[in-house]
Design a protein around this ligand. Structure first.
Ligand code: ACM
Ligand code: ZN
Length: 750
């Protein structure tokens, strides 16, 4: 075994520091990180009682005064000698075309915030509050700042579980401090209708209430809306509630964008108005009938009320995940298709979206729809919200439509954020904070395409989120990363520095009464395979900061006196690592047990049997394609991280050619189980060898322990270990247990 710790990273940092530009650049504890921070000399004391003056139009000053009681720094209005001077200059201060920019200067006289608009002044104040937090003096400096994208959003699903207006306002208040400016309010879905609509009382008297409270249990029970009202769970917003939330958001420069789902995700509407479904019966379909004129009357009436309540220029009309099944069998839908010359049901959906768009355009509004609205022909003025991938948004942008990026593999806040074995039940894959933070657009986009990508958004689907506290747990701190992706230019993003700032921020919002995920206490690892030097570079980190990582390589448990991790391991053959976080003497989280092998199959040829190949409909499940299981790269806890190869519904059946006859003593692969999205451990694994590629001998079979198969989440090594045998070809056959998804990340041959 060889391993070496290097200090390359530290050496590089010293070199960079030595050749920095003459202007001293300060690091400030602000989220999202500003575009430019230039430090002056010294500090200025914060007065015990802060005063401010504001040179801005009276209406905007009134808005600011209405917000100030909730601003983090108590300030009183004063005349010319105020410590904080806010000046709306009415023109852009920066080269950036953004109206939301600001310039904040701190010098011996105090603080000056110059901005082109009230929003810019508001953002300057948010930066000031973060700079001043817990301090009695400010550094002399100048911040020049403006957002990368105009749209920086958070989505809240209040249908699957209902969250009251106070919860919604509480989230708006916090995201505004991170300079996020859109709240996408998912008001209608199969879990319940949440907006009072004049003339349609059944929506909120019946379709907003259910038993039992937990969505997953209710779904198992058939998703019925009860006739009686005793012991029901749910709720809705009155027109006054909406006006209150919209105004609260406006004072924080947040636009509330309502979503009314159509034509799918509408089973709650059809439960109370079954005449709008293709079958005419309740509980038979989630899609409305597009052949029925009453469907349009209904949605136009709903949208009229929505437009009365929401000043937002954009109305989100859903458009996702509509099954075409009922439309195919419905005489009214089929007649509509004939009359309108629509060649398939995708075009029928597009007909509806385009018709609703015309209605809203006629009233001066524009639509946003989920990326499925691309499928049957895009409505002429629609903005696309790209959730299944980044590519769909790029496709829309290439067609000169605006697009908002909310790809599920980065920005879905209903996914696990840490080792699923340590977390409350969530939907499917794991998206840790660092993965959210890493999001960027491909650097190959032309400026003409890129300008149509107007922003990013985090989506909080609530099937697995039964309480408001749990919603906050899923949203924060990942929304802080989304805020920084949306605001900060990529050149000014810094993952390591963000890790430090986010630790402070999480502790701060806990103190404010939020319930964030308190950051992972697991050791995180990354591997880089260096094929030229035949080694794997293994590095460790943690979400927590500051923290110690201690480790052993002899199979023993790390203790408070074990070696301190200081830099990457270079693994030339095998390393058996055990590593754990320590806060001083106190161990945190679980020990990471990680076996890293520069094994015999790395870089070798692998051939899949006809019915044993991997799933190709999703790029991340291909894990790099044919080389994916022999590239040395081990996956993390998420099957969607690009290292796990998926098999569905067939088995994994592959043969590796080692190139020459070699003695082997171990052939093993790790399999993952996450039941909620149908990822299951295999029933059995068979390992065969051959020296000629024709005659194979079974070395052994391995079956999955029943106690592991019973778990919601499990990771299990399966394969063969024994006395050395000569082999050139190794066949690895993992048999499906459920004919759903199998996932493995590497076939290790030693
Ligand atoms: C979605 O997640 N169905 C937009
Ligand atoms: Zn129909």
């Amino acid at each position: 075994m060889q391993l070496k710790r290097t200090l390359i990273i530290y050496a590089a940092a010293v070199v960079l520091a030595a050749c920095e530009a003459p202007r001293e650049v300060a690091e400030v504890e602000v989220i999202p990180y500003p575009q430019s921070v230039v430090a002056g000399r010294g500090t200025v004391k914060l007065p015990s009682s802060l005063t401010f003056s504001a040179d801005m139009p009276q209406a905007e000053l009134n808005d600011l005064l209405a917000y100030l009681p909730d601003y983090a720094l108590p300030m009183k209005p004063d005349g010319k000698d105020a410590f904080v001077q806010i000046i709306e200059v009415g023109e852009n201060l920066l080269d950036s075309a953004s109206a939301e920019g600001y310039k904040l200067s701190v010098d011996k006289q105090g603080v000056r915030i110059q901005a082109a608009t009230a929003a810019g002044a508001f953002y300057g104040l948010q930066t000031l509050a973060q700079l001043a937090r817990g301090k009695d003096e400010l550094p002399v400096l100048t911040v020049e700042d403006a957002p990368r994208f105009p749209y920086r959003g958070l989505h809240l699903d209040v249908s699957r579980h209902f969250f009251d207006k106070e919860h919604v306002k509480k989230q708006i208040d916090l995201i505004a401090t991170y300079k996020m400016n859109r709240l996408h309010w998912h008001l209608t879905d199969g879990g319940g209708w949440r907006l009072e609509i004049p003339g349609y009382p059944e929506l909120t008297q019946v379709a907003a209430w259910r038993k039992p409270a937990n969505y997953l249990e209710w779904r198992k029970d058939g998703r019925f809306y009860p006739q009686d009202t005793e012991g029901v769970y749910g709720g809705y917003y009155t027109a006054d509630d909406v006006r209150e939330v919209v105004e609260y958001a406006r004072l924080r420069h947040v636009t509330v964008i309502p979503e009314i789902e159509m034509p799918g995700h509408s089973s709650e509407v059809l439960a109370v108005y079954p005449q709008l479904s293709c079958t005419g019966k309740p509980y038979t379909s989630g899609e409305v009938c597009i052949g029925n004129e009453d469907t349009f009357t209904f949605f136009e009436d709903v949208l009229d009320e929505v437009m009365r309540l929401f000043p937002s220029h954009y109305i989100h009309i859903g458009g996702d995940e509509a099954s075409r099944r009922h439309w195919k069998a419905c005489p009214k839908c089929q007649r509509r298709m004939r009359e309108e010359g629509l060649k398939d049901e995708s075009q029928l959906q597009s007909y509806m979206i385009a018709r609703i768009e015309r209605y809203l355009n006629g009233k001066g509004r524009d639509i946003i729809g989920w990326d499925e609205i691309l499928e049957g022909g895009l409505a002429p003025n629609a903005t696309v919200m790209s959730w299944r991938s980044t590519e769909a948004g790029i496709r829309a942008a290439s067609m000169r439509h605006d697009a908002i990026m909310t790809p599920e593999d980065y920005f879905y806040l209903d996914r696990y954020q840490d080792d699923p074995e340590t977390q409350p039940l969530a939907f499917g894959s794991t998206i840790p904070l660092a993965a959210v933070y890493s999001y960027d657009l491909p650097d190959t986009l032309s400026p003409a395409v890129e300008k149509h990508i107007i922003g990013v958004q985090g989506n909080t689907w609530a099937e697995y989120i039964p309480t408001p506290e749990h919603a906050e747990y899923m949203i924060y701190p990942r929304a802080m990363a989304i805020a920084e992706v949306g605001w900060t230019q990529p050149a000014h993003k810094d993952a390591e520095n963000f890790r430090h700032r986010v630790n402070r921020e999480v502790r701060h919002i806990e103190g404010m009464g939020y319930h964030p995920f308190p950051l992972s206490v697991q050791v995180l690892h990354a591997q880089e395979v260096d094929y030229n030097n035949r080694c794997i570079r293994l590095s460790l980190t943690s979400e927590r900061y500051p923290i110690d990582i201690r480790y052993t390589t002899d199979g023993t448990e790390p203790t408070a006196v074990s070696a301190l991790y200081e830099g990457e391991f270079v693994v030339k053959d095998s390393l058996l690592l055990a590593a754990r976080l320590f806060d001083g003497d106190k161990p945190l989280g679980k020990t990471l047990h990680l076996r890293t092998d520069y094994h015999k199959a790395i870089g070798k040829t692998i051939t899949y049997a006809k019915r044993g190949g991997y799933y190709t409909a999703k790029a991340s499940y291909m894990a790099g394609g044919d080389a994916g299981l022999v590239d040395g790269k081990r996956g993390g806890k998420s099957y969607a991280d690009g290292y796990w190869q998926g098999f569905c519904p067939n088995d994994l059946d592959a043969t590796i050619d080692l190139g020459e006859v070699t003695d082997i003593h171990r052939v093993v692969a790790c399999f993952m189980q996450v039941k909620s999205p149908n990822v299951f451990l295999p029933a059995q694994v068979d390992v065969y060898v051959s020296v000629d590629g024709k005659n194979f001998t079974l070395l052994g079979s391995d079956t999955c322990p029943e106690e592991e198969a019973a778990k919601e989440v499990a990771y299990v090594d399966l394969g063969w270990t024994g006395a050395p045998v000569p082999a050139r070809f190794v066949r690895f056959h993992a048999k499906q247990r459920m004919k759903q998804f199998l996932f493995t990340d590497e076939i290790v041959v030693q």
